[in-house]
Design a protein around this ligand. Structure first.
Ligand code: R5P
Length: 310
C-alpha cells in the first residue's frame, strides 16, 4: 500500500501515514509558470495498491486538477489499483438541477475522477449519500459521527444535551449523533429564498433550558449555523455548540463565528484549517486521521469498512 497526497491537505496525509506506519509516497505536485499542474511520482508504483489523498477544497479547481493528474500519473506508472481519497468532496452541493439549464456538477466531477483512472473512491460525510451513485466504481462514504460523538463525551456534560439539525435535510445525520449520545432531537425548519442566503423559520422541539448541539455536514458562509443558533437562543436554549464535519468557512465566516453567540464550533481537518481557524477563540478542530487511516487500511486488506460504524 502506498499513500500519496496533493497540496490540499498535506498535514492530514502526514497524520494518516503515521497511523498506518508507512512513509508518505514521494511525489512532486507543482505548477508550471503558466499555472498548469505538473506531477511526478518519485518512486516505483508498478503493481502497487495506491491511495491519493486530496480534498477538493479551496481553491477547488486547482485541487481537483491535482487529483486528476495524480491519478493519471499513477495509472500510467502501472499502479495495480488507485483509490481517490477525498476527505472533502467539493462540488457535492451541486447534486441536482436547481433550475432549467443548470449543470449537475457533482456528477461531472465524479465522471472526471473515474475517467482519470480511479478504481475506487473513499470519502467522508457526503453532502447527500446518494452521490455515491454518481460513481460507477466502488465508493465508500465514511461518517464523522463516531469521532464527533466521542469528542462531545470528552468535552461536554451530555445530561442536558439536545441534538439539533439546522435544516430538514440534515435530520438523518443529526439522528445518528442523537442515537449515539442517547439524546433528544430537535429540528430547525430553514427556508432559503435565494442561494447564499438562509432564513430560520421555526424550531421543532422544546429546546428551552437545553444545551443544544447543532450538527451539519458543511459550514460555508456560516449563515445557516448562526441563524439556527440565534433561533435556538431565542427559544430559550441554555447554550449552542456546533459540530460540523467540513469547515469550508469561506469569506468572512470565521469572523462571523467568532462574533456570534456560539459557545464553540467544532470542525474536522477534512479541509486543512487556515491560521484564522487555528487562532479563533471559539473554533476547535478534531482530526479524522485515524478514521480515514483505518478505512484505508481495511480497504487495502479487503476488510469490511462499514463495520467501522457498527
Ligand atoms: C446545506 O444543505 C448544507 O448542509 C449546509 O447547511 C450549508 O452548505 C451551509 O452553508 P452556509 O454556511 O453558507 O449557510
Amino acid at each position: 500500500m502506498k499513500l500519496f497526497t496533493g497540496n490540499s491537505n498535506r498535514i492530514l496525509a502526514e497524520h494518516i501515514v503515521k497511523y498506518l506506519q508507512i512513509p508518505l509516497g514521494r511525489a512532486n505536485v507543482r505548477r508550471f509558470a503558466d499555472q498548469e499542474v505538473f506531477v511526478e511520482i518519485l518512486e516505483n508504483v508498478r503493481g502497487e495498491d495506491c491511495f491519493v489523498l486530496q480534498s477538493t477544497s479551496y481553491p477547488a479547481n486547482d485541487h481537483l486538477m491535482e487529483l486528476l493528474i495524480m491519478i493519471d500519473a499513477l495509472r500510467r506508472a502501472s499502479a495495480r489499483r488507485i483509490t481517490a481519497v477525498l476527505p472533502y468532496f467539493g462540488y457535492a452541493r451541486q447534486d441536482r438541477k436547481p433550475g432549467p439549464r443548470t449543470p449537475i456538477s457533482a456528477k461531472l466531477v465524479a465522471n472526471m475522477i473515474t475517467t482519470a483512472g480511479a478504481d475506487r473512491v473513499l470519502t467522508l460525510d457526503l453532502h447527500a449519500a446518494q452521490i455515491q451513485g454518481f460513481f460507477d466504481i466502488p465508493t465508500d462514504n465514511l461518517f464523522a459521527v463516531p469521532v464527533l460523538a466521542s469528542d462531545v463525551r470528552e468535552y461536554y456534560d451530555i445530561e442536558n444535551i439536545m441534538v439539533v439539525s439546522p435544516d430538514v435535510g440534515g435530520v438523518v445525520r443529526a439522528r445518528a449523533l442523537a442515537k449515539r449520545l442517547e439524546a433528544a432531537l430537535a429540528i430547525v425548519d430553514k427556508r432559503r429564498d435565494r442561494p447564499g442566503e438562509s432564513e430560520v423559520m421555526n424550531v421543532i422541539g422544546d429546546v428551552d433550558g437545553r444545551d443544544c448541539l447543532l450538527i451539519d455536514d458543511i459550514i460555508d458562509s456560516g449563515g445557516t449555523l448562526c441563524n439556527a443558533a440565534e433561533a435556538l437562543l431565542e427559544m430559550g436554549a441554555a447554550s449552542v455548540t456546533a459540530y460540523i464535519t467540513h469547515g469550508v468557512l469561506s469569506g468572512g465566516a470565521v469572523a462571523r463565528i467568532t462574533s456570534s453567540k456560539l459557545k464553540e464550533l467544532v470542525t474536522t481537518d477534512s479541509i486543512q484549517p487556515t491560521s484564522a481557524i487555528d487562532t479563533a477563540h471559539n473554533i476547535r478542530v478534531v482530526s479524522v486521521a485515524s478514521l480515514v487511516g483505518e478505512a484505508i487500511q481495511r480497504t487495502a486488506l479487503e476488510k469490511s469498512v462499514s463495520s467501522l460504524f457498527d
